[in-house]
Write a protein that binds this ligand. Structure first.
Ligand SMILES: NC(=O)c1ccc[n+]([C@@H]2O[C@H](COP(=O)([O-])OP(=O)(O)OC[C@H]3O[C@@H](n4cnc5c(N)ncnc54)[C@H](O)[C@@H]3O)[C@@H](O)[C@H]2O)c1
Length: 270
């Protein structure tokens, strides 16, 4: 469909071929976009990002820790040099909680780790937007998408401090979306995705059971990573130009379902 023909974008967070960012890069490339790929320097060593870059017309890979404004400046400058102009879209696909990784209970958080969770998973979006704005790096009608989860609105006990990070992420989406819209007609949205089997996703305790629960609570079933990538592409395209400051549920109907007959049937007595 060439939905992104003539557009250039930066994709954060492609760790391996399960990553939502990886699938989004593939889809954006297939829709005609030019790409720069980025991830934390430490992730470069574990990941296979060069393989993805090769499949996307040798897209440059510029390492950046998304908590470092110096790294972000070098990233945006490097991307503008590569494209020979401004950037039309950005995918923020970043999440990490040391408390989740190390199995700390929500009622027993280690606070320096909480700070890290918030910095990596939420404040990095503010830093990305602020850096882009200072460098005047984004085109008018440019589109920034961040990935989030419904634990920002409703409690999912094992999502731990990531729930707090996602609440902050969604708030930054609205607040910066206002200012960037007024200043430069740039739009900022978050997509609230179904549970998806990725490296970050599977770090959450009881993830397999949780995915099965979510599947049975979603009239359309869980949205896949590939489908999420397609939604991201739609949000980067000119077909969604007046959508901004929104948290968009991409979850097969989960968020508006109180209970499903499938779930209630498990409670029927003989
Ligand atoms: N998998 C799910 O169930 C699910 C559901 C809803 C939302 N999300 C969100 O989707 C996004 C992508 O996660 P994913 O599921 O594809 O997992 P993933 O593990 O493939 O991606 C997470 C990425 O964050 C990157 N990252 C961590 N610290 C960073 C830093 N300091 N600087 C730059 N990058 C850093 C990692 O290197 C990795 O590439 C995350 O925001 C996640 O919370 C995931």
């Amino acid at each position: 469909m060439n939905l992104l023909k003539g557009k250039n974008g930066i994709i954060f967070g492609a760790l391996n071929d399960m990553s939502i960012a990886w699938k989004t890069a593939e889809q954006a490339h297939a829709q005609g976009a030019g790409l720069v790929l980025t991830n934390a320097p430490v992730a470069m060593r574990m990941g296979a990002i060069q393989e993805l870059a090769a499949a996307c017309d040798n897209a440059p890979v510029i390492p950046a820790d998304a908590t470092s404004t110096e790294d972000l400046e070098a990233l945006f400058q490097g991307a503008m040099d590569h494209f020979g102009g401004k950037i039309d879209f950005v995918l923020h696909s970043i999440g990490m909680s040391p408390n989740v990784r190390k199995g700390r209970h929500y009622t027993d958080l280690k606070y320096p780790w909480l700070q890290q969770t918030l910095d990596v998973s939420a404040i990095s979006l503010h830093k990305t937007l602020q850096t882009a704005m200072k460098l005047d790096a984004l085109s008018e009608w440019g589109s920034v998408v961040a990935l989030t989860y419904i634990a920002a609105q409703r409690t999912f006990p094992d999502y731990n401090d990531m729930a707090d990070a996602k609440s902050l992420l969604e708030s930054i989406t609205r607040s910066f979306g206002y200012h960037y819209g007024v200043a430069n007609k740039v739009r900022v949205n978050s997509i609230s995705q179904s549970p998806t089997m990725t490296t970050a996703g599977s770090g959450v305790k009881g993830f397999d059971e949780f995915m099965a629960y979510s599947e049975s609570m979603s009239p359309l079933g869980n949205a896949t990573g590939e489908a999420c990538a397609e939604y991201c592409v739609a949000m980067f395209s000119d077909l969604t130009r007046y959508v901004t400051m929104q948290n968009l549920f991409h979850d097969g109907g989960f968020s508006n379902t109180g209970v499903s007959t499938e779930v209630i049937s498990k409670f029927v007595k003989d």
